[in-house]
Each structure stands twice: as structure tokens, then as C-alpha cells.
Design a protein around this ligand. Structure first.
Ligand code: DON
Length: 313
């Protein structure tokens, strides 16, 4: 870590804090439940934990199973949203809202009440529309190549791949997402066939990354001079605003209260959290809380934010 300027408060030492946090997480034997509606994810051992932090000066700090690849799932929605906004800009908002949903990530009822315009781009219905915008009039493999390339560029490595078994597993059991996609199509809010948009969606959700790779990929959302900038500062602020208000579904308020920084979760147990201007943080632990967000991941972020005095408030 860079020595602090005279008079500035020294940042607590992450290389001491992260291993201690890793030990604390493993001491307590309540790990939550792995997502079982995607059979390939149901087989994962919940007793795993990792944390990685990239600071604005580019230094990387990690502890736990930080080099174990896991299914990123909904965390990819941040990347696809950035790509969709890059492709069609504010037009996206004619098709998707920007309000917290207060409902489960895969809820169906609100979509009908609101005539097929999903509340936000992070609930499944909104992410399906966002994926449809990324797809445009291309073939799924072209859109997927763009998504994978964006994530690889953000992370600074080519060693990031889609797990086709996870995508196939979700396709076979993705009845709710098919229901959402067909309802969207019935409201003229999909430009591609539901099967095509969903195929693209399931595959980008099945991207696998390590916790270190995810923290590295999150650098583009920090907006610090020493870190890669893939989108404009204004777009970074807006992506962070959506992560804060909608990134944890009906658990977004609780996450903002306990952790105090923007974050995006996935049912694979990963969370990407951003301290604007300061750090990109990834945590992973596959056991989930009742909102479908990583149980230990949330606890660890709350503890880290407290110890580092990190909060946007
Ligand atoms: O569509 C789904 O249900 C999954 N591919 C992604 C959901 C997800 O990760 C929700 N996050 N906590």
C-alpha cells in the first residue's frame, strides 16, 4: 500500500485484516443454503469463503479461496448493463425502470402489474430485457463474445470462461425465466425470440471467475486515476447508484444499511462491492441468505466496511 501523505489518516492494514476476516468467517459454522434451483450449483460445497480487494493505487489484497473459480451469475448483470448502455444509451430506460423492486429477483407478479416493464435491470426480468438489448440483431455467440471480452478486459486476463454445463443446467430447469421472457414478449418488450435472448442470458450468467478476477474486473467501477476506465465517470456513478438501490433485490435496503456501499450479488455466492474512488471488493461464499445473496459474503463486507470506515454515507 502507498504510504499515506503527512497528516492523512493511515489506512488500516488489509494484509492483516483480510486473513483475520477469513478466519472469523470459518469459525462460525452457519453458511446458508446454496442455490438449488440450478442443479449444477446445488452440488457446490457451501463451506468456502474468499475475499479480494483492489485499492485505487492498483494493489491487490486477498484471503481465503480467492483463486477458486465460481459461477458469477447475476453479478454479470453489471457488465451487461454497462454494455447495453454503451450500445443503446438512455433508450434502455424506455424498456426497463430504475426503481428497487422490493420483490424476489425472479418474481413474476410485479411484471404483470406493470405491463411488462421490469422495475430495474438487475431483477431477472430486467436483466433479460438488458440482455435482449445487448443481443440486438446479432447471433448469441457474437453478443456473448462481446460480453466475455468486456469482462476479460476489465479483469485484465483472458482466463475467464463460460461454464456450458451450468448454462445447460439452468436452461433445463429455467421455467421461471422462460415464463418471464414469454411474458415480456407478450408485452412487446423483447426484440428477439425468448429462447434466443434466454440462451444468451443463461450463458453470460454461467461465466466463471475467481474472487481475485472479480475484484480486478470491478476496478472499472471505482473511478480512480490509476485504474482502468471503460465507461465515462457519469456512467460509473449511475451504475453504482443502481447497484446500491437494486443490486441486492429485496435485500438492497438491508445491504445499504449494514454495508453502506454499492454492491451486486449473484446466486453463485459472489458479491462485487465498490467504494467509489477507493476500492473494488469481491467476496464469495456459496451459501445464501433468505434474499438469495451470499450470507458470509454480506457479513464479511459489513465487517470490512466497518474496520476500514468505508461508507458512501
Ligand atoms: O436467472 C437466474 O435465476 C440466475 N441465472 C441468476 C440469478 C441471480 O444470480 C440472483 N442473485 N442473487
Amino acid at each position: 500500500m502507498r504510504p499515506s501523505q503527512a497528516g492523512a489518516t493511515e489506512l488500516p492494514n488489509l494484509d492483516a485484516i483480510l486473513p483475520r476476516l477469513n478466519d472469523q468467517m470459518r469459525d462460525d459454522d452457519i453458511w446458508g443454503e446454496v442455490a438449488d434451483y440450478i442443479p449444477e450449483l446445488a452440488r457446490i460445497d457451501p463451506r468456502q469463503f474468499a475475499i479480494a480487494v483492489v485499492l485505487a493505487d492498483g494493489t491487490l489484497h486477498s484471503a481465503g479461496d480467492a483463486d477458486t473459480p465460481f459461477s458469477v451469475q447475476s453479478v454479470t448483470k453489471v457488465f451487461t448493463l454497462a454494455i447495453a448502455l454503451g450500445r443503446i444509451g438512455d433508450q434502455l430506460w424506455t424498456r426497463v425502470g430504475r426503481e428497487p423492486s422490493g420483490r424476489a429477483f425472479n418474481s413474476i407478479v410485479q411484471l404483470e402489474q406493470e405491463q411488462g416493464r421490469p422495475r430495474n435491470p438487475f431483477i431477472n426480468a430486467g436483466a433479460i430485457v438488458t440482455t435482449d438489448a445487448v443481443l440486438g440483431n446479432r447471433q448469441p455467440r457474437e453478443a456473448l463474445a462481446e460480453i466475455v471480452q468486456f469482462v476479460r478486459t476489465a479483469a485484465g486476463t483472458d482466463d475467464i470462461h463460460i461454464n456450458n454445463k451450468v448454462a445447460a443446467s439452468e436452461t433445463t430447469f429455467g421455467h421461471r425465466n422462460f415464463a418471464l421472457a414469454h411474458f415480456l414478449a407478450s408485452c412487446d418488450n423483447l426484440t428477439n425470440r425468448p429462447e434466443m435472448t434466454l440462451g444468451t442470458y443463461f450463458h453470460h450468467c454461467a461465466l466463471e471467475m475467481t474472487t481475485v478476477q472479480l475484484a480486478m474486473a470491478g476496478r472499472f467501477l471505482v473511478d480512480a486515476p490509476g485504474l482502468p476506465r471503460l465507461v465515462t465517470p457519469r456512467r460509473i456513478r449511475r451504475l453504482n447508484a443502481l447497484m446500491l438501490t437494486c443490486g441486492h433485490y429485496d435485500g438492497s435496503g438491508d445491504f445499504a444499511y449494514r454495508v453502506g456501499i454499492p454492491g451486486k450479488s449473484g446466486v453463485g455466492g459472489g458479491i462485487l462491492a465498490i467504494v467509489p474512488g477507493v476500492a473494488s471488493i469481491a467476496v464469495w461464499s456459496p451459501g445464501l441468505n433468505r434474499y438469495g445473496n451470499s450470507l458470509k459474503g454480506t457479513e464479511a463486507l459489513a465487517s470490512l466496511a466497518r474496520q476500514m470506515s468505508w461508507s458512501i454515507f
